[in-house]
Ligand binder design. Structure first.
Ligand code: G3P
Ligand code: MG
Length: 242
């Protein structure tokens, strides 16, 4: 059965990576899970945000990593989104986990360690997952495969996805060599003939990001993907007849 993950929460209609967008996944969709992005503040707290810079989604500016949690909490998130929403702030992962415990949703945590490696983020993340007892509800992913290797070392049973935004050869063999549970790739690569079959032959799943229209979702389902990571879990549900 193909699973639906809400990309940055229900970001098609609500400000991405906010508690509002996460809560709306549970309230308004039949999604199986949520994808979100994490980074570290200047004082070492894990927060949920996609961009390394504050400028696009908040009323702040500069690098997120150069601000303390207290400074970041004074900012409003969603300044790039039209509509009237209750004011949102950058969520801490701790806030998110407190809420997640009240749901059955899976969460694919993307560690944003491509620009800055955020030394120690993997240890902090795994410690917090264990503290909350969320081992069965959390998956991990990163474009930085060294990050994925560090997660696997800390928690060998962790379900890890190797993110890629390019055309790779021998992907099944490579992913298997890293102990990955999935490859999380752009739609064009997921739809390419032979990619899903290659991964499935190695017992590895294929997660596609970010199909946002029904036609593309159907093409990916036909190609054999296992997970649709989309801004519109409502459209995905219709495509899958759920
Ligand atoms: O994890 C899938 C997807 O979120 C990767 O790209 O830039 O949206 O974080 P991005
Ligand atoms: Mg992401």
């Amino acid at each position: 059965m193909v699973q639906i993950f809400a990309h940055r929460g229900f970001s098609g209609y609500y400000p991405e990576n906010t508690m509002l967008a996460f809560q709306k996944v549970a309230e308004e969709t039949v999604a199986d899970g949520i994808e979100l992005d994490i980074q570290l503040t200047k004082d070492g707290e894990i927060v949920i945000m996609h961009d390394e810079m504050l400028d696009r989604t908040t009323n702040g500016s500069g690098w997120l990593k150069d601000h303390t949690l207290e400074e970041l909490k004074m900012l409003s998130v969603g300044v790039n989104v039209k509509g009237f929403f209750p004011r949102q702030t950058i969520p801490t992962l701790r806030e998110y986990f407190t809420w997640l415990k009240t749901t059955k949703l899976i969460t694919n945590i993307e560690l944003k360690t491509s620009y800055f490696e955020y030394e120690g983020i993997e240890e902090k993340l795994i410690a917090m997952v264990k503290e909350f007892g969320l081992e069965d509800q959390i998956w991990y992913s990163s474009f930085n495969h060294y990050t994925v290797a560090r997660i696997k070392k800390l928690m060998p049973e962790a379900k890890c996805g190797l993110l890629t935004d390019t055309w790779l050869m021998n992907i099944g063999e490579y992913a298997a060599s890293q102990g990955a549970a999935s490859v999380n790739a752009r739609t064009y690569f997921c739809a390419k003939e032979g990619v899903a079959a290659d991964l499935h032959a190695h017992n590895i799943a294929l997660q596609a990001w970010t199909p946002n229209d029904a036609e593309m979702m159907q093409e990916l389902v036909d190609a054999g993907v296992d997970v649709l990571i989309t801004n519109y879990p409502d459209i995905a549900a219709k495509v899958l007849g759920r």
